[in-house]
Design a protein around this ligand. Structure first.
Ligand code: ADP
Length: 237
């Protein structure tokens, strides 16, 4: 059951697109301070669930609470302001702004100057030298990292990551996961869509498995990896 230990809970979340049941009765609990994984074959509903939780898709039924408050039906900006942020599968860096501007426009809830915070984040991921470069001149992996930093500018309590490492080179990927771990150590909670099972095993204390819009298993990686329904969903029978 959902308790104050959980920063995010969903109950019976369902979403249909013209006869396609993209989500069916999704119950999910994200423990405060955890890195929780969300896996499942292509088309199983992972991105749709992120769309619904973040308020970008408002056509779902059921209920969702974030930090004890109902959020289903709220506007994305309201949800974001409460401290729930997300990244997208494809980078959404502003191409004509510089890297520093990309971060500064995201603002900050901190007293420390926004610019200083942005530079600190860039330093941390070794992109400080790129502060003045335009978004469009970064590599794809660097853009994804900058998008991640932009989300961090608001210091969210919960971050939804949608395949943050996809298309990113191994070095930057390592930087990204190190940053996730570092922030998690400072108290940020993560819900992560990721296809690389080594990363999931390594990073996540709890994993939910979606198949055809339904949660078919959840638990730690060791528990779900040999689950009959999970094997069937991934490899068929
Ligand atoms: P995943 O992220 O796990 O790959 P998605 O959430 O993208 O899965 O998709 C789940 C199902 O919902 C798929 O059958 C997909 O075609 C359908 N779907 C997702 N978004 C839309 C949409 N905007 N309109 C119609 N169908 C959609």
């Amino acid at each position: 059951a959902c308790s104050t230990d959980h920063i995010l809970c969903t109950w019976g979340v369902a979403r249909e697109f013209g006869g396609v049941q993209a989500l069916r009765g999704v119950d999910l609990h994200v423990t405060r301070g955890s890195i929780t994984g969300l896996i499942g074959p292509n088309g199983s509903g992972k991105t749709t669930l992120f769309q619904v939780i973040s308020g970008m898709d408002r056509g779902a039924t059921g209920s969702i609470s974030f930090d004890g408050e109902p959020i289903l039906g709220r506007r994305p900006s309201q949800i974001y302001q409460r401290g729930l942020a997300r990244t997208f599968q494809l980078s959404r860096v502003f191409p004509e702004l510089t890297v520093l501007e990309n971060l500064v426009v995201a603002g900050s809830r901190h007293d420390r100057s926004v610019r200083e915070r942005a530079l600190g984040l860039l330093e941390r991921v070794r992109l400080r030298d790129y502060a003045g470069a335009r978004g469009k001149n970064l590599s794809y992996g660097q853009q994804k990292l900058v998008e991640f930093l932009r989300v961090l500018m608001s210091d969210p309590a919960l971050i939804l990551l949608d395949e943050p490492a996809a298309g990113v080179n191994p070095t930057l990927r390592q930087t990204l996961w190190d940053m996730v771990r570092h922030l998690n150590g400072l108290g940020t909670t993560f819900l992560v869509i990721e296809h690389n099972m080594e990363v999931i095993a390594d990073l996540c204390s709890s994993v939910y498995v979606l198949s055809e819009g339904e949660i078919i298993a959840h638990g730690d990686f060791a528990a779900i990896r040999n689950d009959e329904r999970v094997l069937e969903a991934y490899f068929g029978k």
